[in-house]
Ligand binder design. Structure first.
Ligand SMILES: [Mn+2]
Length: 504
């Protein structure tokens, strides 16, 4: 699908990706059972997602597969179950038995052989035959053990739902073994997973540039959202987003989760506003999570440049320091320190940076965490494995992970600096922190909103690779908004001495 509007086209994702994911789980589970002196037998059983209707109506909401099920089986249809034999690695899919009328309203009923080939599993059967098939597949001693998925999502506080089916009472069930092991498998990405995340980044990066280029004073925030959705779907084949688009301008850019139903990206933005656009497309279950901040009129003011460069400096310094073994908690603190330093240079705050750090002043300007694991979920699980406590201090407690970096993690780097009255006013009144604020300057910034810069970063054996490719330097943004190409034409680059003029 060659197009003048995009250099990309949707790739075919090899189902081998999920075969490898299953092999990885079987290996880890076997190792765990051997280490704890338990027999290597039983079956992993997961229940896929179900289609939902809108309240009491028959309107079907667009289905998206449950993430753990997607990880292991890559199945895009609702109503499936999947099993994996722990001893042999043999995989079985159970398809829902569809009524004859399905063929009239929904399309052909696919035979079992279709699913077997499409999803590269060893056996396909129907959900209503599950009990007898599971019993017949199992050749261990004693009662067959089913390893079911039950465990806490440390971001939402919700628990994953263990599989249920008619006849489950005839099996022994284990609810505690699978979840931590499967979650840990998802933390480190395979080459094939990285390829899909890279594609989601490529199409989303391109769409961000497209939005930037078409932003004009007087537009509505949802028009930027619409441009993004159109580009990633029309040229990228992305039917889903990783999350609801945040398209905040002006003061709204300090509302961290703007864009929800009560604040639906509908402001008309004006000359002099900053935009903060947090948008990421999803492709074959794997997502991206990218934020760009820029002046809607295409030209940074001195104040905008000051805040923007403080955040960019934090973003770049963290990426420069990232490699296996580095503590994410320390990266968060590094980002805070650089942002505070930038604000101090701009005369917004004053005093000793270490003193500010010990008073947790960084959390007043960046109340969220520096970044989170990314994969099939935007906030991919595994941020707090057993034994790792969530920090309690302001700012640090918002971190979705406090782990040490490992090779093949994908993690977002998203420092931000916001002027949020609900945090600033109490901090300016607090006797421990009031001394840091320069009241004359800060008044000017109370309606500034905020800046966030977010990239998706792959941790490699020696450092890391930024998977996101959008204009980041102020002069790059200004050049692209003035019509310059992104990436710049071969052999050329944008620089700050002459905006829009590439220098060789
Ligand atoms: Mn994010």
């Amino acid at each position: 699908m060659a197009s003048p509007c995009s250099s990309l086209s949707p790739p075919e994702v090899p189902m081998q990706l999920h075969v490898i994911n299953r092999e990885k789980l079987v290996k880890s589970l076997q190792q765990h059972l051997a280490d704890s002196g338990r027999p290597i037998q039983g079956l992993v059983l997961l229940q896929g997602g179900e289609e939902k209707t809108r309240y009491c109506t028959d309107h079907s909401e667009l289905f998206r597969q449950e993430s753990y099920f997607a990880y292991l089986f890559g199945v895009r249809e609702p109503g499936f179950y999947g099993a994996i034999d722990v001893a042999t690695g043999k995989s079985i899919l159970f398809a829902p038995r569809l009524p004859k009328e399905y063929a009239v309203w929904m399309g052909d009923i696919k035979p079992q052989s279709y699913f077997m080939e499409c999803y590269m599993v060893n056996l396909v059967s129907y959900v209503d035959e599950m009990e007898e098939v599971l019993v017949s597949q199992y050749d261990g001693e004693d009662k067959c053990v089913l390893y079911l998925l039950h465990g806490l999502n440390t971001d939402s506080g919700n628990f994953s739902k263990p599989a249920e089916f008619k006849g489950i009472e005839n099996f022994e069930t284990d609810l505690s073994t699978l979840h931590p092991i499967l979650t840990e498998c998802r933390v480190l990405k395979s080459k094939l997973e990285l390829d899909v995340i890279q594609y989601a980044n490529d199409i989303s990066s391109e769409a961000h540039v497209e939005v930037m280029r078409n932003t004009k004073v007087g537009m509505k925030e949802y028009q930027m959202e619409s441009l993004f959705l159109h580009h990633t779907y029309m040229y990228g084949g992305c039917r889903h987003c990783s999350y609801t688009c945040i398209c905040a301008t002006g003061e709204n850019s300090s509302v961290l989760h703007y864009g929800h139903a009560a604040a639906p990206n509908e402001r008309t933005f004006m000359d002099g506003d900053m935009a903060l656009l947090d948008m990421g497309a999803e492709y074959h279950f794997y997502g991206s999570d990218i934020t760009c901040s820029f002046p809607v009129n295409g030209k940074f003011t001195a104040d905008q440049r000051l805040i923007y460069n403080a955040v960019l400096d934090a973003h770049n310094s963290v990426i420069a320091a990232m490699r296996p073994g580095v503590s994410w908690l320390n990266m968060h603190k590094l980002a805070e320190k650089i942002i505070l330093d930038g604000l101090k240079k701009g005369n917004i705050i004053t005093g000793d940076i270490d003193d500010m750090m010990s008073q947790r002043l960084g959390a007043v300007f960046m109340p969220h965490g520096l970044g989170h694991l990314l994969g099939i979920d935007t906030h991919d699980p595994g941020g707090y494995p057993k034994g790792l406590e969530r920090p309690k201090e302001p700012g640090l407690k918002s971190l979705r992970t406090a782990r040490e970096l490992k090779e093949d993690m994908v993690i977002t780097v998203e420092p931000g600096c916001y002027f949020i009255s609900a945090l600033l006013i109490p901090a300016m009144e607090n006797s421990d922190t009031s001394k840091f604020f320069n009241p004359d300057t800060i008044r000017r910034f109370m309606v500034f909103g905020g800046v966030r810069i977010e990239s998706d970063v792959h941790v490699t054996s020696t450092g890391c690779k930024n998977m996101t490719n959008v204009p980041r330097e102020t002069w790059e943004i200004e050049a692209v908004m003035a019509g310059g190409k992104w990436p710049p034409e071969k052999g050329l680059y944008y620089s700050d001495n002459g905006f829009g003029n590439p220098h060789s």
